[in-house]
Write a protein that binds this ligand. Structure first.
Ligand code: FES
Length: 114
């Protein structure tokens, strides 16, 4: 008997709501949707991607070497346990027309799993 766990993909930021794509990390999802993110190692070592977790819960496949406070998240290596809200905003250099187009793609109901 196998148990199939539905992957939680729902992400909210200061500026928008979107869903992670199949196999995408939270960091990759934030980048894809035009958010301002910092990173270096992309694997839990440096702590550069650390951001505030406003709401929700995440877990880590293996304990990251970088320090993570109780209200923080490392988006490069976490797995969403619940829909999350993170303290992250859009890049200021993106064109507004481009953002409107991207918004249409992000509201694809096929990704509405959580
Ligand atoms: S980019 Fe280094 S811990 Fe996330």
């Amino acid at each position: 008997m196998s148990s199939t766990k539905t992957r939680v993909t729902s992400v909210s930021t200061r500026d928008k709501h979107f869903h992670l794509l199949e196999g995408e990390t939270l960091l990759e999802g934030l980048e894809r949707t035009g958010h301002e993110v910092e990173y270096q190692c992309r694997s839990g070592y440096c702590g550069m991607c650390r951001m505030t977790l406003i709401q929700g819960n995440v877990t880590y496949e293996s304990l990251p070497l970088a320090f993570v406070g109780p209200s923080e998240v490392l988006p490069c290596c976490c797995t969403l346990e619940t829909p999350v809200t993170v303290d992250c905003g859009l890049r200021s250099d993106l064109d507004s027309q481009y953002e409107l187009f991207r918004e249409d793609l992000l509201d694809d109901p096929r990704h509405d799993q959580a």
